[in-house]
Design a protein around this ligand. Structure first.
Ligand SMILES: *Cc1c(COP(=O)(O)O)cnc(C)c1O
Length: 217
């Protein structure tokens, strides 16, 4: 596995104002440590249990991102460990994040996961429901909506994927224009793009890419 060489190549293709989250799910602590020692500080996990296990073992200045579906009853285990939760997909979850944050006397930054293509198998809020969702979150304390996240469908057609990314960027800009209407919304991050589609996501305005397999090959 040529982790350092892969990172060299990936970083060359990413503008300096874009955040690279190295997705470390299913990777060993030794593999992850090489990524951190290389100088990557943002690490993404999609399962609570794995994040907790690795949290104490990986050494260095690390910011952990929770990028996968988060069950409400597990929020309490990670609330003081995560830098950004990318996958908020229900009001119930947002409420629990708010209440656990209050308990811990911290503020938690979140992204709203959007199911742009309305795939049954995917988590996320539908595009047309976002406004009422943001108003509901605005009633909560100790939580800050920092942007949007999506996962493109697993398809070959890159133009179809591009269309999805473009729609999310349009929604992001629309909310950003009106963010003064909300007190808990401060749009800074658009998290889209994985190993297979991140160059398209960057062309469409992503500023956080989440790359796993491309690093660990
Ligand atoms: C696994 C995962 C990624 C990374 O996917 P790769 O194809 O390995 O780059 C990104 N985002 C989420 C939510 C994931 O679960």
């Amino acid at each position: 596995m040529n982790i350092e060489k892969n990172l060299d190549q990936i970083i060359e293709t990413i503008p300096s104002d874009v955040n690279l989250v190295a997705v470390t799910k299913n990777r060993t602590v030794e593999e992850i440590q090489r990524v951190v020692d290389y100088g990557i500080i943002d690490l993404g996990e999609n399962r609570v249990q794995e994040l907790i296990e690795k949290f104490d073992k990986v050494v260095g200045d690390v910011r952990w991102h929770l990028i996968g579906h988060l069950q409400t009853n597990k929020v309490k285990y990670i609330i003081d460990k995560v830098h950004l939760i990318h996958s908020v997909d229900s009001l119930k979850l947002a409420k629990e994040i708010s209440s656990q944050s209050k308990k811990n006397n911290i503020f938690t930054k979140i992204l709203i996961q959007i199911n742009v293509s309305r795939e049954e198998s995917k988590y996320g809020i539908y595009l047309q429901d976002i406004e009422s969702f943001l108003y509901a979150i605005d009633e909560l304390e100790n939580i800050s909506v920092q942007g949007l996240m999506t996962m493109a469908p697993n398809i070959e057609n890159i133009e179809e994927i591009r269309h999805i990314f473009r729609k999310l960027k349009e929604l992001y800009d629309k909310i950003k224009d009106k963010q003064n209407l909300y007190k808990n919304v401060d749009m800074n991050f658009l998290s889209m793009g994985m190993t297979n589609d991140y160059s398209t996501a960057l062309e469409e305005g992503s500023n956080i890419v989440r790359i796993g397999r491309g690093i660990f090959v």
